[in-house]
Design a protein around this ligand. Structure first.
Ligand SMILES: NC(=O)C1=CN([C@@H]2O[C@H](COP(=O)(O)OP(=O)(O)OC[C@H]3O[C@@H](n4cnc5c(N)ncnc54)[C@H](OP(=O)(O)O)[C@@H]3O)[C@@H](O)[C@H]2O)C=CC1
Ligand SMILES: Nc1nc(O)c(N)c(N[C@@H]2O[C@H](COP(=O)(O)O)[C@@H](O)[C@H]2O)n1
Length: 227
C-alpha cells in the first residue's frame, strides 16, 4: 500500500515554476501561501527532490504557530516528516531540511557514496531503495509502513515527472499566479520525456485566490494506492 499522494505547486501564467537559473521564485500570493501552510499541516509527510533542496534550501515546516499547535493537540509532532529524494546523497550537511525542526528521511539509491550516506545518517534517517535512482514505489511503501497516509509533494519538476509516469499521483493542486517569468530553460510543473499518450486528469475544483487561481486536478492514472 502507499499513501494518498498530491503534488502542490505554484506556476506563473506562462507555465513556469522557477526561472531559467532555477532560483527560488515567490510565485504564490500571500493567500496561497496560507493554504499551502494548511496543506502541510494536514499532511503526514512533505517530499521534495534533491534539485529543490539544492536550489531553494527549503525548511518544509509549518509556518503558522496555530497550525503547529493544532497538530500537537491531535497527538502529532509540530511538523510533518520531511522526505528528500536524493539518489547520490548530495544533500548538503548544512541544509535547512536537516535541522532539528522535524523528522527527516533522505531516500538514497545503492549507488550513493557510503561515506556521504554515513554523514547523512548522523543528521537524518536514510532509506535506501533502487540501484541508480531512488525507487519511488518502494519509498512510498516504506512511508506507508511508518504511518504516512497523506503525502504532499512540493516539487520539483523531475520528481513530479517520475511520480506521474509511475502512476503514483492522486491529485495535483496548482496555483496559477498573475505573473510572467519567461525563460526557455525555466522548469515547468513536469519535465522528463514527453509521454507517448498524455496522462489525463479530471478537473476537481477551481478557486480564485489572491492574484491567481487555485485548481485541483484528479489524476486518472493513480492506481488506487496499491503498490
Ligand atoms: N513553484 C513551485 O511550486 C516549486 C518550484 N520548484 C523549483 O523547481 C526547481 C527544482 O526542480 P528540479 O530541478 O526538477 O528538481 P527536483 O526537486 O525534482 O529533484 C530532481 C532530482 O531528484 C533526484 N531523484 C532521485 N530519484 C529520482 C527519481 N526516481 N525520479 C526523479 N528524480 C529523482 C534526481 O537527482 P539524483 O538522481 O542525483 O538524486 C533528480 O535530478 C527549482 O528551481 C525550484 O525552485 C520546486 C518546488 C516547487
Ligand atoms: N507553493 C509554493 N509557492 C511558491 O511560490 C514557491 N516558490 C514554492 N516553493 C516550494 O516551497 C518550498 C519552500 O519551503 P519553505 O518556505 O522553506 O518551508 C520550496 O523548496 C518549494 O518546494 N511553493
Amino acid at each position: 500500500m502507499r499513501p494518498f499522494v498530491f503534488i502542490n505547486a505554484a506556476m506563473s501564467l506562462d507555465g513556469k515554476i522557477s526561472n531559467d537559473r532555477r532560483e527560488q521564485v515567490r510565485i504564490s500570493s500571500p493567500e496561497d501561501f496560507r493554504v499551502v501552510d494548511r496543506l502541510r499541516a494536514e499532511s503526514d509527510a512533505v517530499m521534495v527532490g534533491i534539485g529543490t533542496v539544492l536550489s531553494d534550501d527549503p525548511k518544509l515546516t509549518v509556518k503558522s504557530e496555530e497550525l503547529r499547535r493544532e497538530r500537537v493537540e491531535r497527538g502529532l509532532p509540530e511538523n510533518p516528516i520531511r522526505v528528500v529524494v536524493d539518489s547520490r546523497a548530495r544533500t548538503p550537511l548544512n541544509s535547512q531540511v536537516l535541522n532539528q525542526a522535524a523528522r527527516t528521511i533522505v531516500a538514497v539509491a545503492e549507488v550513493a557514496d557510503e561515506e556521504k550516506v554515513e554523514l547523512l545518517r548522523r543528521r537524518a534517517e536514510v532509506f535506501v531503495a533502487g540501484k541508480e535512482r531512488v525507487d519511488l514505489r518502494a519509498l512510498l511503501e516504506h512511508l506507508y509502513s511508518i504511518g504516512v497516509r497523506r503525502l504532499m509533494v512540493e516539487g520539483g519538476s523531475e520528481i513530479n515527472y517520475s511520480l506521474i509516469r509511475e502512476g503514483l499521483v492522486d491529485e495535483i493542486r496548482v496555483f496559477y499566479s498573475g505573473m510572467v517569468i519567461a525563460g526557455r530553460r525555466a522548469p515547468t510543473l513536469v519535465s522528463g520525456e514527453s509521454f507517448d499518450t498524455p496522462v489525463e486528469a479530471r478537473l476537481k475544483s477551481v478557486e480564485p485566490l489572491g492574484n491567481g487561481v487555485a485548481v485541483v486536478w484528479e489524476m486518472r492514472t493513480a492506481n488506487l494506492r496499491k503498490v
